[in-house]
Each structure stands twice: as structure tokens, then as C-alpha cells.
Design a protein around this ligand. Structure first.
Ligand code: GLN
Length: 204
């Protein structure tokens, strides 16, 4: 199978940290700033940053519709601002988000930059604990049908939802690219990007 090519939306935010987390996994990483950059990609990462600025730049670069179309077909991972951009609605945005993930999101839900925090999370797809870095993080509100929980603050069903999956689209309120632990990126590449591709090519 050809090398997996993962794009990182590089308009604004911590896209360089996602590149640094992905490169050691043996995938090819490409910058995405224009619609044409999406053409040859197997998957896309939308980084953390400032969702309002990111949405404005997406609009001015003509990326909104191409990104929404991409997320209907191929794997996408959104972290923090990336989750806000992927959701169905969030407060105080200059443009509607992409609606690729059926969740509502409350921005800056834990307060200001100073209220950023780190905490050990429960991530069953990784077999348990993962270090969560939350920076002016959003909070996930309503979960639509078909949205699965993949990460929580605290064990058990009462733990606050901080990571979700709807088929090929993953959204996290925290920053795995800042955790000094590439297991979540590895899981994304293996389970969400490569395994379905392998199944499709075997079926063909
Ligand atoms: N507070 C930012 C926003 O609303 C998200 C923060 C982040 O991505 N670390 O867009």
C-alpha cells in the first residue's frame, strides 16, 4: 500500500506540533492552506489555535466547502479549536462551523488562558490513561446520534466527555500533540486512517 499522506490545516494555530507528532509515525505530512492541497490526502488534522481566526481564514481561502466535503469522506482529527471548527454549532463564531461532527461546543468553557490545566484522562481506545493538556479548552455539550465517546475526564460514564468519534471524524477538546506521547496520533493513523483503507482495498 502507498505511503499514507496526512494533511495538517496550517492556516493558524499549533499545526507544527501535529507535524512533529505525525512524522515519526512513518506517514507523509503535508501542509494545507488552499483547496488544491486536499487533493492527494488520505486524512486531515485540524489543529488547536483560535477557531474564530481559523474560520475567517478558511473563508478567505475558499476552504470551507472543500473541507466540509473532505470530512464527509475521509478521516479527520480536530483538536481543541479544530473540534470547534468541525462541530455543528458553537458560541460567538464569525461563520458557521463545518457540521462534520454532530456536537454542540461551548468555547472557552473553563475560563481564560490562566485557567488552562493538565489532567490524566481515561481513553479506552488506548487501554486507559492519557495525559490531557487543556488550553482555553472548549466543552462538548449535546452529542448527536452516532457520536461515540472516546475520552473522558474521570472514569466511568459520569466522567466529562472530552473526546468523540463519529465514523471517520474525531474531535478532542485537549491537545495530544502537546502531550509528549504519540499514542493518540498512532491510534488515529492505524485505526481511523490505515485500517479502513486496507479493508477497502481488500474488498476491491
Ligand atoms: N479558545 C480557543 C477557541 O475558542 C481554542 C483553544 C485551543 O485551541 N487551544 O478557538
Amino acid at each position: 500500500m502507498a505511503t499514507t499522506r496526512i494533511g495538517v490545516l496550517s492556516l493558524q494555530g499549533d499545526f507544527a506540533c501535529h507535524r512533529a507528532a505525525l512524522e515519526p509515525l512513518g506517514v507523509e505530512v503535508a501542509r494545507v492552506t488552499l483547496p488544491a492541497d486536499l487533493a492527494a490526502l488520505d486524512a486531515l488534522v485540524i489543529p488547536g489555535g483560535e477557531s474564530t481566526t481559523m474560520l475567517r481564514l478558511m473563508h478567505s481561502n475558499g476552504l470551507r466547502a472543500p473541507l466540509a466535503a473532505f470530512a464527509r469522506q475521509r478521516p479527520v482529527l480536530g483538536t481543541c479549536a479544530g473540534l470547534i471548527v468541525l462541530g455543528t454549532s458553537a458560541d460567538r463564531l464569525p461563520h458557521p462551523p463545518l457540521g462534520a461532527l454532530d456536537v454542540t461546543v461551548e468555547r472557552n468553557a473553563y475560563g481564560r488562558q490562566l485557567d488552562s490545566f493538565e489532567e490524566v484522562l481515561e481513553v479506552p481506545v488506548l487501554g486507559g490513561a492519557f495525559h490531557g493538556v487543556f488550553i482555553r479548552a472548549p466543552r462538548i455539550g449535546r452529542l448527536g446520534r452516532g457520536v461515540e465517546v472516546i475520552a473522558r475526564r474521570g472514569r466511568g460514564p459520569r466522567g466529562e466527555v472530552v473526546g468523540v468519534r463519529q465514523r471517520n471524524v474525531i474531535g478532542l477538546t485537549f491537545h495530544p500533540e502537546l502531550a509528549d506521547d504519540s499514542r493518540l496520533h498512532e491510534w488515529f493513523v492505524r485505526e481511523v486512517v490505515t485500517a479502513p483503507r486496507r479493508r477497502n482495498s481488500e474488498a476491491a
